[in-house]
Design a protein around this ligand. Sequence first.
Ligand code: CA2
Length: 146
Amino acid sequence: MKILIINGPNLNLLGTREPDVYGSETLAQIMKSLSEEAAAKGVVLDYFQSNTEGALIDRIHQAMQDGCHGIIINPGGYTHTSIALRDAVSGVNLPTVEVHLSNIHAREPFRHHSYIAPVAIGQISGFGALGYSLALRALIKAIKED
Ligand code: CA2
């Protein structure tokens, strides 16, 4: 089983600023732990982070050709703005779990709405880096049951 992990804009800054909101681990550290957890379950992870909307969309399209079985995405700020990213997730028709480190529903009102949520099988928000691990477990279960 192969799963693509997508991280959107500014998530490359994790661990360098705003640790009270986003935690103190870097994205590389979070992805390394996740990769180890996945490997123990016999699952291969692919990673992609970009600050560019089009690059994120292209990588989601590529997941179909790569034979990916599902996607975990933290779309960053594009969560709240990008119909194009939502169309890409919807278009590839792969089970997708949306993750946010912070609880977007407890923050500013403009973060409460997600364009991605309606095309995801679920959303995990507010559990920090643990959210990626929870998403991985949920997605593996969904893929196996499909
Ligand atoms: O809570 C999340 O995971 C978010 O997707 C993070 C986005 C934010 O726009 C979403 O509303 C919720 C922002 C990512 C910015 O990450 C930073 C990390 C460290 C320092 C500065 C920004």
